[in-house]
Design a binder for this molecule. Structure first.
Ligand SMILES: NC(=O)c1ccc[n+]([C@@H]2O[C@H](COP(=O)([O-])OP(=O)(O)OC[C@H]3O[C@@H](n4cnc5c(N)ncnc54)[C@H](OP(=O)(O)O)[C@@H]3O)[C@@H](O)[C@H]2O)c1
Length: 301
């Protein structure tokens, strides 16, 4: 019996870890039924170049998508409805940015892609997911690390078992307002938190994943996971020393796509096949991250 073709969308797949995810999906699909892989890229030329680099396989299609733009998300939804019978099986929310500047503009831009864009894309595309559809939200281990530095009250807000998307959006808006008015400590964010635009957006994404998994779980057996690829050499971190390959990072992401759902916990955060807590429980790890970030900031000054 031939397996049904899966339709898979990987956002921000023109380079880095997303590109490696597409490469691995291609290798997998040569041994199974041919999946249709939609290589998401906000820039058409960069997307075309990536597909060419893969040898222009016929089952990899370019999909222009800027995940920070509502218009682009609506256009993507329309394209999947028209070209792929409105079918989607797997969505890998990989696109993200890590701004260098610590300004409110850069922070809002980071949240538009790393948090709000994923929330919105999921809302638009979940109705298209077929039975047993899966979503991987690519987060980062820095989320739980900085959550350790939140006040207890703020930690409780992020991890509340009854948290709703609207309440989480309010927490994010409060963060952005306090960032702008330099009042972060007053609402429970330690001044020690490094690169807050990126790290807090990932903490919020991990919470969002748990909330969306609960809100959508009764629907078509859909599951949503957050996942960290690990510290990988890519443009995001200027191919930092001590990082592993983007291909290994892709394996970490694909674990939550390929593992049977009865061996996974819906809404939970994974790295390299292991569950990670939403708030890091390793004080030494938190201290090491804060110190490393300080050194990094000094070296860039
Ligand atoms: N590298 C690491 O050590 C590491 C660690 C933990 C988590 N992660 C996560 O892994 C994921 C992939 O990161 P990476 O290291 O591969 O980064 P990368 O090499 O910088 O690639 C990021 C990708 O996202 C795309 N992108 C950014 N904003 C976008 C938007 N608004 N719409 C559509 N695409 C957009 C970029 O497109 P352009 O080429 O057009 O800019 C690029 O294709 C991210 O979610 C990142 O946070 C990475």
């Amino acid at each position: 019996m031939t397996e049904q073709k899966r339709v898979i969308l990987v956002t921000g797949a023109n380079k880095g870890i997303g590109f490696e995810v597409v490469k691995k999906l291609l290798q997998q699909s040569s041994s199974k039924a041919t999946d249709i892989i939609l290589l998401g890229s906000r820039d058409i030329k960069r997307g075309q170049d990536a597909i060419q680099q893969l040898g222009s396989p016929t089952n990899v299609h370019l999909l222009q998508l800027d995940t920070s733009s509502k218009e682009s998300i609506i256009a993507t939804t329309k394209e999947i409805k028209e070209k792929y019978n409105g079918h989607l099986d797997i969505l890998i929310n990989n696109a993200a940015i890590a701004p260098r500047e610590n300004t409110i503009e850069a922070t809002r831009t980071a949240f538009a892609t790393n948090y709000y864009g994923i929330e919105m894309l999921n809302e638009y595309l979940i109705p298209l997911l077929r039975e047993n559809g899966r979503i991987a939200n690519v987060a980062s281990g820095v989320g739980p690390i900085v959550s350790y530095l939140f006040s207890k009250e703020l930690q409780q807000k992020y991890t509340s078992p009854t948290l709703t998307t609207q309440e989480l959006d309010n927490i994010v808006e409060d963060f952005l307002s306090a960032f702008e008015s330099h009042n972060l400590e007053r609402i429970g964010y330690s001044s020690e938190i490094p690169f807050p635009a990126y790290t807090i957006s990932k903490a919020a994404l991990i919470a969002l994943t748990r909330v969306q998994a609960r809100e959508y779980c009764s629907n078509k057996n859909i599951s949503i996971y957050s996942v960290c690829p690990g510290f990988c050499a890519t443009d995001l971190n200027d191919h930092a020393a001590g990082s592993r390959s983007a291909a290994i990072g892709a394996d970490s992401i694909l674990y939550v796509i390929d593992t049977p759902t009865n061996e996974l916990e819906n809404g939970v955060f994974y790295q390299d096949g292991k569950k990670l807590p939403e708030i890091c429980d390793d004080e030494a790890k938190v201290k090491a991250f804060v110190e490393h970030s300080k050194t990094l900031l000094k070296s860039k000054q």
